[in-house]
Write a protein that binds this ligand. Structure first.
Ligand code: PLP
Length: 452
């Protein structure tokens, strides 16, 4: 850090302040973790200075033999870890991985058959008229993904994201009575809408998803099942989600981030069957910039770690801790969406305390507990203020905390939530953002959190 300080002290200070923040608070952000020193060190090296557009053994640049080596190691570990036919480890993030997957599916299912039909080998061989017709066909495809308020992700076809502009989108939700995915309703929607891509996976759904049923539905309507397992990849790698709940076993294309429950560096990855591998490997330069060799080196290290027996134990402790946190909150009268969890996350509905998700998030942060606000199904407070907070256990499990500590955290959280009240806004009505926290609660909670 002193080398950095010698160049720009303010950056060195921010780096050390971040270390202190992450050490001193309780990190309950469901999408975050603590990568190992081996993973962090593998990120900081000379691969950062190397260009390597293309893929293993087929680069647009000279001198890529070492990038080929690390990309091959990362891909082989990924295939073995997840039992996948093919792994593409270049995506810089989860959003990038999803874009690679969308283009690969469009190319394999729409563009390639059209080229064959027209007797062309490459898009450059098409007449302008044929190319215009093909572009219209590519732009006329449909995607069916989980609704945002049920826990879906923006990249699953929603308007603020490029996927919503590429595809005509419809979403499936959850049963209002149980909060669980309603597979019969999903099947009905798929039959009527006939999507090219059926997307499984989520950012804020606290339950397992049955991917065997989703594949049946996809096959019935001629769709490709693509699962975005960004959140729960660590639970798949650690064999907590097996059988019907293992997406790699059922989906043709699976995307993920590498930095959440999988505990690797920031990044993304696509796994697929051989039907899609050639198109997936065209991710760079189709939609990605040159691959980041240093990040692929860190992915290789993280995947090697995840293949160790200790990782399966870690994955099991993540879900045990989430279950203990949910239990502790329920016992203290905190309402939970679906009434509990069977993965790494818990979605608490804080409206029973008379506050918004935003107020809960801020009061907890002031008390040393880092969470993020999240909408709940049919949320009256919308996506900005929300009525919920999302909690996840991957990071605290890495720190070695167990079920007894989860109960203690549930107690601290219930204390903070019950002590938070909306402040009056400028118009005299209760604000959705400003709040008051009873005297002494933040200090008391910071102290308790520090003792864990
Ligand atoms: N997919 C899902 C399900 C996610 O939850 C997220 C991020 O939270 C992403 C994709 C995007 O990942 P990234 O931030 O690495 O682009």
């Amino acid at each position: 850090i002193d080398v950095v300080r010698g160049v720009e002290p303010a950056v060195a200070d921010a780096i050390t302040a971040e270390l202190a923040d992450q050490r001193e608070s309780l990190k309950l952000i469901a999408s975050e973790n603590y990568a190992s020193p081996a993973v962090l060190l593998a990120m900081g090296n000379w691969f950062s200075d190397k260009y390597a557009e293309g893929t293993i053994g087929r680069r647009f640049y000279a001198g890529c033999r070492n990038v080929d080596t690390i990309e091959s190691i990362a891909a082989e570990h990924a295939k073995a870890l997840f039992g996948a036919e093919h792994a593409y480890v270049q995506p810089h993030s989860g959003i990038d991985a999803n874009l690679v997957a969308f283009w690969a599916i469009l190319a394999a299912r729409i563009e390639s058959p059209a080229l064959k039909r027209l007797g062309a080998r490459h898009v450059n061989d098409l007449t302008d008229a044929d190319w215009a017709a093909l572009r219209r066909e590519l732009g006329d495809q449909r995607m069916l993904g989980m609704s945002l308020d049920a826990g879906g992700h923006l990249t699953h076809g929603f308007r603020p994201n490029i996927s919503g502009k590429m595809f005509d989108q419809r979403s499936y939700g959850t049963d209002p009575a149980t909060g669980l995915v309603d597979y019969d309703a999903l099947r009905e929607t798929a039959r009527e809408f006939r999507p090219l891509i059926l997307v499984g996976g989520y950012s804020a759904y606290p339950r397992k998803v049955n991917f065997r049923i989703m594949r049946e539905i996809a096959d019935e309507v001629g769709a490709v099942l693509m699962v975005d397992m960004a959140h729960f990849a660590g639970l798949v790698a650690g064999k907590v989600f097996t059988g019907d709940f293992d997406p790699v076993r059922h989906a043709q294309v699976v995307t993920t981030t590498t930095h959440k429950s999988l505990r690797g560096p920031r990044g993304g990855m696509v796994l697929c069957t051989s039907e899609f591998s050639d198109q997936v490997d065209r991710g760079c330069p189709m939609v990605l910039g040159g691959p980041l060799g240093n990040m692929m080196a860190a992915k290789a290290v993280a995947f090697a770690e995840a293949r160790q027996p200790a990782f399966a134990d870690y994955a099991q402790r993540i879900v045990d801790n989430a279950a203990a946190l949910a239990e502790g909150l329920l016992r203290r009268d905190v309402r939970l969406v679906t009434g509990g969890t069977d993965n790494h996350l818990v979605l608490a509905d804080v409206s029973g305390f008379g506050i918004t998700g935003r107020q809960a998030e801020a009061a907890l942060l002031e008390s040393g507990i880092v969470t993020n606000r999240n909408s709940v199904p049919a949320d009256p407070n919308g996506a900005w203020y929300t009525s919920g907070i999302r909690l996840g256990t991957p990071a605290l499990t890495t720190r070695g905390l167990g079920t007894a500590e989860m109960d203690e955290i549930a107690d601290m959280m219930a204390d903070v939530l019950a002590s938070t009240k909306p402040a009056a806004g400028a118009d005299g009505k209760p604000s959705k953002a400003q709040y008051t926290l009873a005297d002494g609660v933040a200090d008391r909670t910071v102290k308790r959190a520090g003792e864990l």
